[in-house]
Design a protein around this ligand. Structure first.
Ligand code: ATP
Ligand code: ATP
Ligand code: MG
Ligand code: MG
Ligand code: MG
Ligand code: MG
Length: 282
């Protein structure tokens, strides 16, 4: 077939490989989730089940793609940072975007019923996906700071908005009007004086979003008995099983440290998070 007179059409497919040596950020976002969340009765301002389901799908994605080294999620979106040197699908943009978006979506649907026990899916949800390339570390820091700042701004607004509606008896139109033009400090003030809500005590998961990173699993103790240090130092090195010659080496640890993916709700705007994980930016 390859040599048929039809095969020339293949030449219309253009290469779409992404510039090497740049950071890839892959972001996906729920399509029309305003409607989706209405139809599936998401709790407002934050439906915990929905956030946990997003985290689960993100974890599945990171488990399948080791080149994803960081994930950040809020609302109906997730951003993922890929290793700078990744060669995933030869860096073909459409291949990466489509397979990652597709796996995330199918995982979201696959696990739906574990989180929404009494709410069957009414229709198949979808997500859009894109990749943005960034040349340097600073832009990556700023990108994730931008998303987390957005989480904060949206959540403060939504928390105040739904307090006005659910506890203050305002209509949604009135609540929009009450909040129009207010700065952050005024929203804190409305929450505190009218509803006794201290915004800074609102669950970190809602204020900061979800941060997924790989963490090394501490090695389990290898022996039941503890060998005193003096003795341990005197144990002769064991030859490597693969070595047939007489050369002796120290017992070798498994060089590949096992890691697990953890979900944090921490600050990623300040330096601390990044300084503790220098590998993220290399
Ligand atoms: P688009 O297709 O352009 O993304 P959208 O309707 O999905 O449109 P977004 O800006 O992505 O618009 O906003 C997503 C909306 O989904 C939020 O405004 C909110 O109403 C709802 N939503 C998403 N996740 C949750 C959640 N965990 N709890 C409550 N509501 C949520
Ligand atoms: P890639 O990820 O590059 O697409 P691939 O393994 O999916 O790799 P394709 O060229 O897309 O390769 O081929 C899909 C393969 O899936 C077919 O070669 C065939 O083996 C199998 N397949 C797909 N649909 C069917 C089907 N209905 N019945 C039997 N086999 C199928
Ligand atoms: Mg949008
Ligand atoms: Mg959306
Ligand atoms: Mg969104
Ligand atoms: Mg295929």
């Amino acid at each position: 077939m390859a040599g048929s007179r039809f095969a020339y059409v293949r030449k219309f497919e253009l290469p779409d490989s992404l510039l090497p040596g740049t950071f890839m950020v892959f972001r996906l976002d729920g399509h029309s989730f305003h409607r989706f969340s209405d139809i599936h009765n998401f709790a407002k301002p934050n439906d915990l089940r929905a956030l946990q389901l997003m985290d689960h799908a993100a974890r599945d994605l990171m488990e399948e793609y080791p080149d994803i080294i960081l994930g950040f999620g809020e609302s109906d979106e997730f951003s993922f940072l890929l290793r700078k040197s990744t060669d995933l699908y030869n860096r073909r943009q459409a291949k990466i975007v489509s397979t990652l978006t597709s796996l995330f979506t199918s995982s979201y649907v696959f696990h739906w019923s574990s989180y929404f026990l009494d709410t069957p899916l009414q229709y198949p949800p979808s997500f859009d996906g894109r990749i943005v390339l960034y040349p340097g570390e600073q832009q990556i820091r700023d990108y994730f700071a931008w998303r987390q700042a957005d989480t904060h701004i949206n959540n403060l607004y939504n928390t105040a908005f739904w307090a006005l509606v659910q506890q203050g008896g305002e209509t949604t139109t009135q609540a929009h009007h009450t909040l129009r033009g207010t700065v952050s400090k005024e929203k804190h003030e409305i929450l505190f004086s009218r509803f006794q809500i201290n915004y800074n005590q609102v669950d970190e998961q809602y204020r900061k979003g979800s941060v997924l990173v790989r963490q090394e699993i501490p090695e389990p103790p290898t022996a039941q008995v503890t060998i005193p240090k003096e003795l341990d130092d005197n144990i002769p090195p064991v030859p490597e099983p693969s070595q047939t010659g007489g050369k002796k080496t120290k017992p070798k640890r498994d060089v590949k440290q096992k890691t697990k993916i953890v979900v944090l709700h921490c600050d990623i705007i300040k330096d601390e998070f990044w300084e503790a994980r220098p590998d993220l930016l290399h």
